[in-house]
Design a protein around this ligand. Structure first.
Ligand code: MRU
Length: 351
């Protein structure tokens, strides 16, 4: 089974090596990122995307971008770390993973005594941990999520929460990869995911690479597919999970959850623990990124909306916890009533 590596260190270790997801599915192009500008641009333009992947790329990007500055004094180096970290963390606001991962690396520099080279080495070590942990978390999500599947399951998913969205085998797609390696036959329906088509461009592409049965449908067809009895379960990723279990994910997720509830179909969310944000009380507290109106009207070779028309283009929505059957993290399968405030504080990890 071929699963693509979306984010990794370059061979020389001086760059972040990413799959440039803007070129998919037509071409598989890898790019190396070195400067803060390159990292911010890659995250903003969705060359690298998906909550865990932007966290990992941001953390690693902070490290490589600071490499030319290790001859600064410790105080100046740390100030440069904080400036770069702030810039990278601000590029996309909804996925908590980005700010969380970048802050981890910056905090590690601040906690290291000695000169800039020692701080920089500690930052590299921390970013490598973020990368390795993400891979391991994907695997564990896959194992826990497997308990929700069966041989022959027909699964509907939205956007891309697969290998392309993480450093490992994905979140929502991880149980499907595990099931496939056991020899189970899983049929996946991938919503195309307007307006940027992460479902048809990315999910369909990576599942085809892995030899998994996948059918693409327009987002507006999902409810009708459910009504026809063709879907056993829905599984999606998340950009942020609030303390009460509300889930921010790709725009269109909420509508899918409503349709699933109406048809009595389980609606599952899969995400690493780093996506759970105890500091966000409910979905109302999540900042939803609004993207360029151009994405909505000019996304194809032909203009598809009148030029002067108002366009509404939020990248994410919030699905109320009441519509979520279970949340699968690397720590297990969590069922309602969700209370992640207690879980987070119990193990001493804040925000
Ligand atoms: O705008 P994108 O493509 O970054 O949105 C991605 C999603 O909404 C994913 O479902 C989410 O980040 C989880 S990825 C494991």
């Amino acid at each position: 089974m071929t699963v693509v590596e979306a984010v990794r260190w370059s061979v020389s270790g001086d760059a972040v090596d990413i799959v440039d997801q803007r070129a998919l599915p037509a071409r598989l192009v890898r790019r190396e990122l070195r400067t803060v500008d390159e990292i911010c641009d890659a995250i903003a333009s969705l060359a690298v995307r998906g909550a865990p992947a932007i966290g990992v790329a941001g953390a690693m990007g902070l490290v490589v971008s600071l490499a030319p500055l290790t001859d600064l004094g410790a105080v100046d180096f740390l100030a440069a770390v904080h400036r770069a970290a702030e810039r990278i963390a601000r590029v996309r606001p909804t996925a908590v993973n980005l700010a969380w991962a970048v802050r981890r690396v910056a905090d590690r520099a601040a906690a290291t005594s000695g000169a800039a080279p020692a701080m920089h080495a500690a930052m590299r070590d921390e970013a490598t941990r973020v990368l390795d942990e993400d891979r391991a978390m994907c695997d564990r999500i896959g194992q826990h999520g497997l308990t929700l599947l069966h041989d022959g399951a027909r699964v509907l998913t939205h956007c891309n929460a697969g290998a392309l969205a993480t450093a490992g085998i994905g979140t929502a797609l991880a149980p499907i990869y595990h099931a496939t390696s056991l020899g189970w036959k899983i049929a996946v329906f991938a919503d195309e995911t307007r307006p940027l088509m992460q479902g048809s461009r990315l999910t369909a592409w990576e599942l085809v690479q892995a030899g998994i049965d996948v059918t693409v449908l327009a987002d507006s067809m999902a409810a009708s597919l459910m009504r026809g009895g063709a879907v056993d379960l829905v599984i999606v990723g998340a950009d942020r999970i609030a303390a009460n279990g509300d889930v921010a994910n790709k725009i269109g997720t909420y509508a899918l959850a409503l349709a699933a509830r109406h048809h009595g179909i389980p609606f599952y969310v899969a995400a690493p623990w780093s996506t759970v944000d105890a500091a966000t009380a409910t979905g109302d507290d999540v900042e939803i990124e609004h993207r360029s109106p151009a994405e909505l009207g000019d996304g194809f070779a032909e203009q598809i909306a009148p030029e002067a028309i108002a366009r509404y283009n939020p990248a994410f929505d919030v699905t109320p916890a009441a519509l979520v059957s279970a949340i699968v993290t690397d720590r297990g399968v969590h069922r309602a009533p969700f209370d992640f405030t207690a879980a987070r504080h119990a193990d001493g990890r804040e925000g």
